[in-house]
Design a protein around this ligand. Sequence first.
Ligand SMILES: Cc1ncc(COP(=O)(O)O)c(C=O)c1O
Length: 384
Amino acid sequence: MKRADRMQSIQPFHVMALLARARELEAEGRTIIHMEIGEPDFVTPQPVIDAGIRALQEGYTHYTPAVGLQVLRERIAEFYKQRYDVDVEPRRVIVTPGASAALQLILAAVVNPGEQVLMADPGYPCNRNFVYLLNGQPLGISVTAASNYQPTSQQVRDYWTTQTAALLVASPSNPTGTLLGEHTLREYHAIAAAQGGCLIVDEIYHGLVYGEQASTALAISDEIFVVNSFSKYFGMTGWRLGWLIAPQAYVTDIDKLAQNLFLAAPTIAQYAALKAFDEESIDILEARRREFQQRRDYLLPALCDIGFDIPAIPDGAFYLYANCSRFTDDSFSFSSRLLEEAGVAITPGIDFGVNQPETHVRFAYTTSLENLQEGVRRLREYLS
Ligand SMILES: Cc1ncc(COP(=O)(O)O)c(C=O)c1O
C-alpha cells in the first residue's frame, strides 16, 4: 500500500494510549484521577454558549470570509488594546480553526522544503509534525530548568544556520508552564530579523498566567507572528477557534492559504466568540484563572514533597513538568504503572521530545482541587 515517507516521522500522542486504558479501567468500575488532560475541565462560559445557540437559530450556518468575520477581527484587535495596550490593525488578525490551524498557516507561509524550524525540546509535540508535513526539518533545542525551559538567545544563535526559516516558541510553554521574558523575546526577534528569518510566538496559554500579566510579543514588534486561541483561557477547545496576528506583508499569503486549506473557521464558533470578550465572560474566566492558580499552588509543593523535582516555577498554563528520576529512569512504564496500580493518569515525557523524556512526566491540573488532593494521596501511598 502506498504511504508517504513523512508518515514515519509523525508520531501519535503516547498519552492517548494511556487515556484509552484509563477509560477501560473506568468502564470496569475503577476511579481514575486524570492529570493527563490538556484542556480546561470547565465548560465554555454561558454567555458564549448562548451566543452560539442564537447564531444557530438565526441561521448563521454559512461560510465566513477565510480570514474570519470582520467584527471578530476587530474585537480581537480591541482586546490587544484593552489587555496589553498594544495597537493591532484588524486586517492583521486572521481567525483560524484553532491555534493548530494558525501554526500550520504560518509555517506553510514561511518554510520551504528542507528548511529548519527551531523549537524548544521539551515542547508541544504537534509543532514538529506540522514542520514534517511541509517536508521541513524541526530542530529541537534542548532546554533545561536553568533557562526556565526556554531556549537561551545564545542557543538560538548557535542553532541558526542558513537553512533555518524560523524560531517557534511558546509562552507560557506546554509542557513546562514557563514564560519568556521580554528581554529574551527581544533578543530572539533581533536574531531572527538579522538572519532574515521569522519569530513565531505561541501565546495560547497567555490568559492563564498567575503572577504579573505577561506582555504580548506584539509589544516588541509588528514583525513577529503571534498565535492565540479561544481553546484554553476562553475554555472553548471543542469550538475549534483560534487566531494569529501576522506581519502586514504576510496577510495576503495567509488569506490565500486559509482559503485553500480551510475555507474558513467555524461560523457558529465565531459568532459565539464575539461574546467571549464581554465583561460578563471575562469575569467568569478570571475566576477560573484564580482557581487554576489555587490548584497550582497546592499541587506544586505537594508533588515536591512526595519526591518529584520541579526546578523551574511554572508561572502559567495548567501544567507541571516534573523530574521523576528519584522513582524511575523509564517515565513511560512509570506512567503506565501509576495508572494501573494507583489509578492516577499523567503524561510521560516521551510525548514532548527527546531531551531526557525518560526522567520527566507532565502533570495537568485540569481537574478539581479535591481530585488533585486524592491524586496526591494515591501517589504518596503508592510511591512511599
Ligand atoms: C502550545 C499549544 N499550542 C497550540 C495548541 C493547539 O490548540 P488549539 O488548536 O485547540 O487552539 C495547543 C493545544 O494543546 C498547545 O498546547
